[in-house]
Design a protein around this ligand. Structure first.
Ligand code: AMO
Length: 435
Protein backbone atom coordinates (compact mmCIF):
# COMPACT_ATOMS: atom_id res chain seq x y z
CA UNK A 1 0.00 0.00 0.00
CA UNK A 2 1.18 3.50 -0.83
CA UNK A 3 1.95 5.42 2.39
CA UNK A 4 1.76 9.14 1.75
CA UNK A 5 1.38 10.65 5.22
CA UNK A 6 4.60 12.15 6.55
CA UNK A 7 5.42 12.11 10.24
CA UNK A 8 7.76 15.11 10.01
CA UNK A 9 8.65 18.04 7.83
CA UNK A 10 12.39 18.42 7.23
CA UNK A 11 12.72 21.37 9.58
CA UNK A 12 11.27 19.26 12.42
CA UNK A 13 14.12 16.79 12.26
CA UNK A 14 16.63 17.65 14.97
CA UNK A 15 18.83 16.11 17.65
CA UNK A 16 15.88 15.62 20.02
CA UNK A 17 14.56 12.80 17.81
CA UNK A 18 17.79 10.92 17.15
CA UNK A 19 16.97 7.22 16.81
CA UNK A 20 13.33 7.79 15.85
CA UNK A 21 11.69 6.13 12.91
CA UNK A 22 10.21 8.82 10.70
CA UNK A 23 8.52 9.20 7.35
CA UNK A 24 9.39 12.24 5.26
CA UNK A 25 8.16 13.30 1.85
CA UNK A 26 9.27 15.75 -0.79
CA UNK A 27 11.33 15.88 -3.94
CA UNK A 28 14.87 14.87 -4.86
CA UNK A 29 17.04 17.93 -5.12
CA UNK A 30 20.25 15.98 -5.54
CA UNK A 31 21.31 12.36 -5.59
CA UNK A 32 24.77 10.82 -5.40
CA UNK A 33 25.96 7.26 -5.50
CA UNK A 34 29.58 6.85 -4.44
CA UNK A 35 29.84 3.10 -4.76
CA UNK A 36 28.95 1.52 -1.45
CA UNK A 37 27.19 4.62 -0.10
CA UNK A 38 24.53 6.92 -1.54
CA UNK A 39 23.05 10.30 -0.62
CA UNK A 40 19.73 11.88 -1.44
CA UNK A 41 19.16 15.52 -0.71
CA UNK A 42 15.43 15.56 -0.06
CA UNK A 43 13.75 18.95 -0.14
CA UNK A 44 10.28 19.74 1.12
CA UNK A 45 8.59 23.10 1.58
CA UNK A 46 10.56 23.72 4.80
CA UNK A 47 14.08 22.91 3.58
CA UNK A 48 16.45 20.03 2.87
CA UNK A 49 17.66 16.95 4.73
CA UNK A 50 20.40 14.52 3.79
CA UNK A 51 19.24 10.92 3.44
CA UNK A 52 22.04 8.37 3.66
CA UNK A 53 21.66 5.13 1.72
CA UNK A 54 23.70 2.16 2.93
CA UNK A 55 25.27 -0.53 0.76
CA UNK A 56 22.34 -2.88 1.31
CA UNK A 57 19.91 -0.36 -0.26
CA UNK A 58 22.12 1.18 -2.93
CA UNK A 59 20.27 -0.64 -5.71
CA UNK A 60 17.16 1.41 -4.82
CA UNK A 61 18.89 4.52 -6.17
CA UNK A 62 18.75 3.48 -9.80
CA UNK A 63 16.36 5.38 -12.05
CA UNK A 64 15.49 8.14 -9.59
CA UNK A 65 15.55 11.35 -11.60
CA UNK A 66 16.04 14.65 -9.75
CA UNK A 67 12.77 16.47 -8.81
CA UNK A 68 10.83 13.19 -8.57
CA UNK A 69 8.43 13.03 -5.64
CA UNK A 70 9.41 10.44 -3.05
CA UNK A 71 8.41 9.19 0.39
CA UNK A 72 11.17 7.94 2.65
CA UNK A 73 11.04 5.84 5.80
CA UNK A 74 14.17 6.06 7.86
CA UNK A 75 15.89 6.57 11.19
CA UNK A 76 17.22 9.91 12.41
CA UNK A 77 20.95 9.85 13.14
CA UNK A 78 23.82 12.23 13.89
CA UNK A 79 25.38 13.61 10.72
CA UNK A 80 28.96 14.46 9.89
CA UNK A 81 27.81 16.84 7.16
CA UNK A 82 29.00 20.45 7.41
CA UNK A 83 25.62 22.13 7.28
CA UNK A 84 23.47 19.84 9.43
CA UNK A 85 23.87 17.96 12.69
CA UNK A 86 21.28 15.33 11.74
CA UNK A 87 20.45 13.13 8.77
CA UNK A 88 18.14 10.23 7.96
CA UNK A 89 19.34 6.67 7.38
CA UNK A 90 17.17 5.19 4.63
CA UNK A 91 15.07 2.10 5.34
CA UNK A 92 12.53 2.34 2.53
CA UNK A 93 11.97 4.61 -0.44
CA UNK A 94 8.85 4.89 -2.52
CA UNK A 95 8.67 6.92 -5.71
CA UNK A 96 5.34 8.71 -6.05
CA UNK A 97 5.92 10.26 -9.48
CA UNK A 98 9.04 10.38 -11.56
CA UNK A 99 10.10 13.73 -12.99
CA UNK A 100 10.43 13.42 -16.75
CA UNK A 101 13.68 14.93 -17.98
CA UNK A 102 14.67 17.22 -19.58
CA UNK A 103 12.72 19.59 -17.33
CA UNK A 104 11.85 23.02 -18.77
CA UNK A 105 13.77 24.86 -16.02
CA UNK A 106 16.19 24.02 -13.22
CA UNK A 107 14.32 24.86 -10.01
CA UNK A 108 17.48 24.71 -7.92
CA UNK A 109 18.43 27.94 -9.64
CA UNK A 110 21.91 26.62 -10.53
CA UNK A 111 21.07 27.06 -14.20
CA UNK A 112 19.33 30.40 -14.70
CA UNK A 113 16.22 30.52 -16.89
CA UNK A 114 14.55 33.41 -18.69
CA UNK A 115 11.55 34.88 -16.91
CA UNK A 116 9.08 33.66 -19.57
CA UNK A 117 10.35 30.10 -19.30
CA UNK A 118 9.98 30.23 -15.52
CA UNK A 119 6.43 31.58 -15.77
CA UNK A 120 5.57 28.82 -18.26
CA UNK A 121 6.71 26.30 -15.63
CA UNK A 122 5.58 28.23 -12.56
CA UNK A 123 4.66 25.25 -10.38
CA UNK A 124 8.15 23.82 -10.86
CA UNK A 125 9.69 27.28 -10.40
CA UNK A 126 8.18 27.34 -6.90
CA UNK A 127 10.53 24.54 -5.86
CA UNK A 128 13.20 27.24 -5.90
CA UNK A 129 13.19 28.50 -2.28
CA UNK A 130 13.93 32.10 -3.28
CA UNK A 131 10.87 32.10 -5.56
CA UNK A 132 8.66 30.35 -2.99
CA UNK A 133 9.77 32.94 -0.39
CA UNK A 134 7.99 35.69 -2.34
CA UNK A 135 4.70 33.80 -2.11
CA UNK A 136 5.14 33.03 1.58
CA UNK A 137 5.68 36.76 2.09
CA UNK A 138 2.53 37.55 0.10
CA UNK A 139 0.54 35.21 2.29
CA UNK A 140 1.77 36.56 5.62
CA UNK A 141 1.43 40.14 4.38
CA UNK A 142 -2.23 39.50 3.62
CA UNK A 143 -2.69 38.21 7.18
CA UNK A 144 -1.09 41.40 8.48
CA UNK A 145 -3.35 43.59 6.37
CA UNK A 146 -6.46 41.72 7.51
CA UNK A 147 -5.42 41.83 11.17
CA UNK A 148 -4.52 45.53 11.05
CA UNK A 149 -7.80 46.54 9.47
CA UNK A 150 -9.96 44.28 11.62
CA UNK A 151 -8.39 45.72 14.77
CA UNK A 152 -9.49 49.11 13.46
CA UNK A 153 -13.14 47.91 13.13
CA UNK A 154 -13.02 47.40 9.36
CA UNK A 155 -15.02 44.38 8.25
CA UNK A 156 -14.06 42.27 5.26
CA UNK A 157 -16.55 42.12 2.39
CA UNK A 158 -16.79 40.43 -0.99
CA UNK A 159 -18.34 42.28 -3.92
CA UNK A 160 -19.15 40.92 -7.41
CA UNK A 161 -16.48 40.65 -10.06
CA UNK A 162 -19.00 40.20 -12.89
CA UNK A 163 -20.77 43.51 -13.19
CA UNK A 164 -23.44 45.10 -15.37
CA UNK A 165 -21.78 48.50 -15.87
CA UNK A 166 -18.41 50.18 -15.48
CA UNK A 167 -17.17 51.20 -12.04
CA UNK A 168 -14.26 53.42 -13.07
CA UNK A 169 -15.53 54.86 -16.37
CA UNK A 170 -15.63 53.11 -19.72
CA UNK A 171 -11.93 52.79 -20.54
CA UNK A 172 -10.00 49.56 -19.96
CA UNK A 173 -13.08 47.40 -19.44
CA UNK A 174 -13.09 43.71 -20.25
CA UNK A 175 -16.40 42.80 -21.82
CA UNK A 176 -17.90 39.33 -21.60
CA UNK A 177 -21.03 37.57 -22.72
CA UNK A 178 -23.45 37.06 -19.85
CA UNK A 179 -26.17 34.81 -21.29
CA UNK A 180 -28.11 37.21 -23.56
CA UNK A 181 -26.54 40.38 -22.14
CA UNK A 182 -23.18 42.06 -21.96
CA UNK A 183 -21.30 42.03 -18.69
CA UNK A 184 -17.93 43.34 -17.61
CA UNK A 185 -15.13 42.22 -15.33
CA UNK A 186 -14.85 44.56 -12.34
CA UNK A 187 -12.09 47.19 -12.62
CA UNK A 188 -12.39 47.93 -8.90
CA UNK A 189 -15.01 47.62 -6.13
CA UNK A 190 -15.28 51.42 -6.07
CA UNK A 191 -19.04 51.82 -6.29
CA UNK A 192 -19.89 48.88 -4.04
CA UNK A 193 -17.42 49.86 -1.36
CA UNK A 194 -18.84 53.37 -1.24
CA UNK A 195 -22.41 52.05 -1.02
CA UNK A 196 -21.46 49.65 1.78
CA UNK A 197 -20.38 52.47 4.10
CA UNK A 198 -24.10 53.24 4.36
CA UNK A 199 -24.79 50.18 6.52
CA UNK A 200 -21.42 48.67 7.42
CA UNK A 201 -19.50 51.88 8.22
CA UNK A 202 -15.90 50.68 7.63
CA UNK A 203 -15.18 47.94 5.14
CA UNK A 204 -12.31 46.42 3.21
CA UNK A 205 -11.99 43.98 0.38
CA UNK A 206 -8.99 42.06 -0.91
CA UNK A 207 -9.67 40.80 -4.41
CA UNK A 208 -8.51 40.60 -7.99
CA UNK A 209 -9.56 43.24 -10.51
CA UNK A 210 -9.35 43.46 -14.24
CA UNK A 211 -8.10 46.21 -16.52
CA UNK A 212 -7.87 45.86 -20.28
CA UNK A 213 -4.67 47.88 -20.35
CA UNK A 214 -2.95 47.00 -23.57
CA UNK A 215 0.49 48.03 -22.38
CA UNK A 216 3.41 45.91 -21.40
CA UNK A 217 5.11 47.53 -18.44
CA UNK A 218 6.90 46.19 -15.39
CA UNK A 219 4.08 47.43 -13.13
CA UNK A 220 0.81 46.71 -14.98
CA UNK A 221 -1.10 43.47 -15.24
CA UNK A 222 -4.56 42.92 -16.66
CA UNK A 223 -5.45 41.10 -13.42
CA UNK A 224 -4.09 42.48 -10.16
CA UNK A 225 -4.78 42.14 -6.46
CA UNK A 226 -6.12 45.22 -4.74
CA UNK A 227 -6.68 46.01 -1.09
CA UNK A 228 -9.62 48.40 -1.01
CA UNK A 229 -10.76 50.23 2.07
CA UNK A 230 -13.65 52.60 2.64
CA UNK A 231 -14.80 54.30 5.83
CA UNK A 232 -17.79 56.43 6.81
CA UNK A 233 -17.23 59.70 8.66
CA UNK A 234 -13.58 59.81 7.72
CA UNK A 235 -11.66 62.27 5.55
CA UNK A 236 -8.66 61.68 3.34
CA UNK A 237 -6.21 62.48 6.14
CA UNK A 238 -7.74 59.63 8.19
CA UNK A 239 -7.39 57.22 5.28
CA UNK A 240 -3.76 58.24 4.71
CA UNK A 241 -3.10 57.47 8.37
CA UNK A 242 -4.77 54.06 8.08
CA UNK A 243 -2.97 53.03 4.91
CA UNK A 244 0.36 54.24 6.32
CA UNK A 245 -0.14 51.96 9.35
CA UNK A 246 -1.13 49.06 7.07
CA UNK A 247 1.96 49.51 4.88
CA UNK A 248 4.28 49.90 7.87
CA UNK A 249 2.89 46.76 9.50
CA UNK A 250 3.47 44.88 6.25
CA UNK A 251 7.05 46.22 6.08
CA UNK A 252 7.55 44.96 9.62
CA UNK A 253 6.07 41.53 8.85
CA UNK A 254 8.14 41.11 5.71
CA UNK A 255 11.48 42.29 7.05
CA UNK A 256 11.24 40.27 10.24
CA UNK A 257 10.28 37.09 8.37
CA UNK A 258 12.73 34.26 7.65
CA UNK A 259 11.46 34.41 4.05
CA UNK A 260 12.82 37.94 3.58
CA UNK A 261 16.38 36.63 3.87
CA UNK A 262 15.55 33.92 1.32
CA UNK A 263 14.42 36.44 -1.32
CA UNK A 264 16.94 37.11 -4.04
CA UNK A 265 17.75 40.83 -4.10
CA UNK A 266 20.74 43.14 -4.05
CA UNK A 267 22.19 43.94 -0.62
CA UNK A 268 21.54 47.62 -1.37
CA UNK A 269 17.80 46.97 -1.82
CA UNK A 270 17.65 44.63 1.17
CA UNK A 271 19.29 47.23 3.42
CA UNK A 272 17.06 49.99 2.15
CA UNK A 273 13.89 48.04 2.91
CA UNK A 274 15.04 46.68 6.26
CA UNK A 275 16.27 50.09 7.37
CA UNK A 276 12.98 51.92 6.81
CA UNK A 277 12.22 53.77 10.02
CA UNK A 278 8.61 52.85 10.71
CA UNK A 279 8.37 55.43 13.46
CA UNK A 280 8.96 58.23 10.97
CA UNK A 281 5.85 59.51 9.18
CA UNK A 282 5.81 59.15 5.39
CA UNK A 283 6.57 62.48 3.70
CA UNK A 284 3.74 64.39 2.08
CA UNK A 285 4.23 66.39 -1.11
CA UNK A 286 1.37 68.32 -2.59
CA UNK A 287 0.69 67.90 -6.31
CA UNK A 288 1.76 71.56 -6.72
CA UNK A 289 5.11 70.78 -5.04
CA UNK A 290 5.66 68.12 -7.71
CA UNK A 291 4.80 70.54 -10.52
CA UNK A 292 7.23 73.11 -9.04
CA UNK A 293 9.92 70.46 -8.67
CA UNK A 294 9.49 69.41 -12.31
CA UNK A 295 9.57 73.01 -13.55
CA UNK A 296 12.75 73.65 -11.58
CA UNK A 297 14.30 70.71 -13.38
CA UNK A 298 13.53 72.27 -16.76
CA UNK A 299 10.11 70.73 -17.54
CA UNK A 300 7.22 72.91 -18.66
CA UNK A 301 4.35 71.78 -16.47
CA UNK A 302 1.18 73.63 -15.64
CA UNK A 303 -1.42 73.19 -12.93
CA UNK A 304 -3.90 70.61 -14.22
CA UNK A 305 -1.37 68.50 -16.13
CA UNK A 306 -1.34 64.89 -15.07
CA UNK A 307 1.99 63.48 -13.89
CA UNK A 308 3.25 61.19 -16.63
CA UNK A 309 5.36 58.11 -16.09
CA UNK A 310 8.42 60.17 -17.03
CA UNK A 311 7.45 62.93 -14.56
CA UNK A 312 7.03 60.39 -11.78
CA UNK A 313 10.40 58.87 -12.60
CA UNK A 314 11.99 62.34 -12.23
CA UNK A 315 10.19 62.99 -8.95
CA UNK A 316 10.91 59.46 -7.74
CA UNK A 317 14.66 60.04 -8.23
CA UNK A 318 14.51 62.79 -5.58
CA UNK A 319 12.23 60.78 -3.29
CA UNK A 320 13.40 57.18 -3.26
CA UNK A 321 11.13 56.19 -0.40
CA UNK A 322 7.45 55.95 0.55
CA UNK A 323 5.75 59.35 0.20
CA UNK A 324 2.28 60.74 -0.44
CA UNK A 325 1.33 63.11 -3.24
CA UNK A 326 -1.78 64.98 -2.08
CA UNK A 327 -4.29 67.57 -3.28
CA UNK A 328 -4.49 66.76 -6.96
CA UNK A 329 -6.50 69.00 -9.34
CA UNK A 330 -10.12 67.90 -9.19
CA UNK A 331 -10.50 67.78 -12.96
CA UNK A 332 -7.94 64.99 -13.41
CA UNK A 333 -9.45 62.83 -10.66
CA UNK A 334 -12.35 60.37 -11.07
CA UNK A 335 -15.94 61.59 -10.72
CA UNK A 336 -16.31 60.23 -7.19
CA UNK A 337 -13.49 62.31 -5.67
CA UNK A 338 -14.47 65.22 -3.39
CA UNK A 339 -13.36 68.80 -4.00
CA UNK A 340 -11.26 70.55 -1.36
CA UNK A 341 -13.36 72.88 0.77
CA UNK A 342 -10.70 75.62 0.69
CA UNK A 343 -10.15 75.49 -3.09
CA UNK A 344 -12.67 73.91 -5.47
CA UNK A 345 -10.01 73.40 -8.16
CA UNK A 346 -8.26 70.96 -5.86
CA UNK A 347 -9.45 67.63 -4.52
CA UNK A 348 -9.12 65.79 -1.24
CA UNK A 349 -7.10 63.04 -2.85
CA UNK A 350 -3.77 61.30 -2.55
CA UNK A 351 -1.45 58.73 -4.05
CA UNK A 352 1.13 56.80 -2.07
CA UNK A 353 4.36 56.37 -4.01
CA UNK A 354 7.50 54.37 -3.54
CA UNK A 355 9.91 56.37 -5.67
CA UNK A 356 8.36 56.47 -9.14
CA UNK A 357 5.95 53.62 -8.42
CA UNK A 358 2.35 54.42 -7.51
CA UNK A 359 1.12 52.01 -4.85
CA UNK A 360 -2.11 53.54 -3.60
CA UNK A 361 -4.69 55.97 -4.81
CA UNK A 362 -7.54 57.34 -2.73
CA UNK A 363 -9.40 60.27 -1.31
CA UNK A 364 -12.56 61.62 0.16
CA UNK A 365 -15.64 60.82 -1.92
CA UNK A 366 -18.33 63.12 -3.14
CA UNK A 367 -21.55 62.16 -1.33
CA UNK A 368 -23.90 64.76 -2.79
CA UNK A 369 -25.76 62.94 -5.63
CA UNK A 370 -26.37 66.16 -7.58
CA UNK A 371 -22.67 66.99 -7.60
CA UNK A 372 -21.82 63.41 -8.59
CA UNK A 373 -24.19 63.66 -11.58
CA UNK A 374 -22.55 66.94 -12.65
CA UNK A 375 -19.09 65.42 -12.36
CA UNK A 376 -20.15 62.36 -14.38
CA UNK A 377 -21.42 64.64 -17.15
CA UNK A 378 -18.28 66.78 -17.05
CA UNK A 379 -16.26 63.61 -17.61
CA UNK A 380 -18.42 62.48 -20.54
CA UNK A 381 -20.03 59.66 -18.53
CA UNK A 382 -23.76 59.13 -18.52
CA UNK A 383 -25.49 59.38 -15.12
CA UNK A 384 -28.08 56.90 -16.47
CA UNK A 385 -25.38 54.18 -16.42
CA UNK A 386 -24.92 54.85 -12.71
CA UNK A 387 -28.58 54.84 -11.50
CA UNK A 388 -28.07 51.71 -9.43
CA UNK A 389 -25.18 53.38 -7.66
CA UNK A 390 -26.70 56.83 -7.35
CA UNK A 391 -29.93 55.64 -5.75
CA UNK A 392 -28.12 54.70 -2.54
CA UNK A 393 -26.95 58.31 -2.22
CA UNK A 394 -30.59 59.22 -1.55
CA UNK A 395 -30.84 56.75 1.31
CA UNK A 396 -28.78 58.75 3.80
CA UNK A 397 -25.26 58.19 2.49
CA UNK A 398 -22.65 59.17 5.10
CA UNK A 399 -19.61 61.21 4.13
CA UNK A 400 -16.84 58.71 3.43
CA UNK A 401 -13.29 58.23 2.19
CA UNK A 402 -11.18 55.33 1.05
CA UNK A 403 -8.36 54.06 -1.10
CA UNK A 404 -7.08 51.16 -3.18
CA UNK A 405 -3.66 49.63 -2.61
CA UNK A 406 -2.01 47.69 -5.43
CA UNK A 407 -0.89 44.69 -3.39
CA UNK A 408 1.32 43.17 -6.09
CA UNK A 409 3.21 46.45 -6.41
CA UNK A 410 3.76 46.66 -2.66
CA UNK A 411 5.18 43.14 -2.68
CA UNK A 412 7.38 44.10 -5.63
CA UNK A 413 8.89 46.90 -3.57
CA UNK A 414 9.38 44.80 -0.44
CA UNK A 415 10.94 41.82 -2.21
CA UNK A 416 13.10 43.93 -4.50
CA UNK A 417 11.43 42.50 -7.63
CA UNK A 418 12.04 44.46 -10.83
CA UNK A 419 8.92 43.19 -12.53
CA UNK A 420 5.38 42.72 -11.19
CA UNK A 421 5.28 39.33 -12.99
CA UNK A 422 7.89 38.03 -10.53
CA UNK A 423 5.53 38.43 -7.56
CA UNK A 424 2.32 37.09 -9.11
CA UNK A 425 1.88 33.33 -9.45
CA UNK A 426 0.19 33.28 -12.83
CA UNK A 427 0.43 36.82 -14.21
CA UNK A 428 -1.97 38.02 -16.88
CA UNK A 429 -0.83 40.59 -19.41
CA UNK A 430 -1.82 41.30 -23.03
CA UNK A 431 0.46 38.47 -24.22
CA UNK A 432 0.07 35.99 -21.37
CA UNK A 433 -3.13 34.09 -20.73
CA UNK A 434 -1.56 30.73 -19.84
CA UNK A 435 -0.74 28.81 -17.74
P1 AMO B 1 -6.39 53.08 -9.15
O1 AMO B 1 -6.93 52.85 -10.52
O2 AMO B 1 -5.32 54.14 -9.04
O3 AMO B 1 -7.53 53.53 -8.17
O4 AMO B 1 -5.85 51.70 -8.59
C1 AMO B 1 -5.39 51.60 -7.25
C2 AMO B 1 -4.03 50.95 -7.19
O5 AMO B 1 -4.08 49.67 -7.81
C3 AMO B 1 -2.87 49.40 -8.47
N1 AMO B 1 -3.14 49.13 -9.90
C4 AMO B 1 -2.54 48.17 -10.63
N2 AMO B 1 -1.63 47.24 -10.30
C5 AMO B 1 -1.23 46.40 -11.27
N3 AMO B 1 -1.70 46.41 -12.54
C6 AMO B 1 -2.63 47.32 -12.91
N4 AMO B 1 -3.10 47.32 -14.16
C7 AMO B 1 -3.09 48.25 -11.92
N5 AMO B 1 -3.98 49.27 -11.94
C8 AMO B 1 -3.99 49.79 -10.71
C9 AMO B 1 -1.97 50.61 -8.30
C10 AMO B 1 -2.96 51.70 -7.97
O6 AMO B 1 -2.37 52.72 -7.18
N6 AMO B 1 -10.95 53.03 -7.13
C11 AMO B 1 -9.64 53.62 -7.04
C12 AMO B 1 -9.07 53.49 -5.63
C13 AMO B 1 -9.81 54.33 -4.61
O7 AMO B 1 -9.95 55.56 -4.83
O8 AMO B 1 -10.23 53.77 -3.59
C14 AMO B 1 -8.72 52.90 -8.00
O9 AMO B 1 -9.00 51.83 -8.50
O10 AMO B 1 -1.10 50.37 -7.20
Amino acid sequence: MEEIHRTHYNNQINESIIGSNIRIAGWIEDIRDIGNLGFIILRDVTGTIQVVVGKENISLLTDLPRQSSIVIDGIVQISKAKDSSVEVKLKKIETMTKAVHPLPIDPTGRVESASDKRLDARSLDLRNPSVAAIFHLRSISLDTIRNTLKLDRFIEVNTPKIIGSASEGGANLFECQYFKRKAYLAQSPQLYKEQLTLGLDKIFEIAQYYRAENSNTIRHLTEFLSVDIEAAYQDYEDIMKTIEIVVKNVINTVTSSEYFSKCEMSEEKRNKISQIDINKPFNKLRYQDCIDELNRSGEKKEFGDDLSDLDLRKIGKNHQEFFFITDWPLKIKPFYIHEKASNYELSESFDLQYGFLELVSGGRRQHDPVKIKNRLEEQGLSPSSFVEHLKSFNWGMPPHSGCGLGFDRLIMVLTGAENIRDVVLYPRDPDRLNP
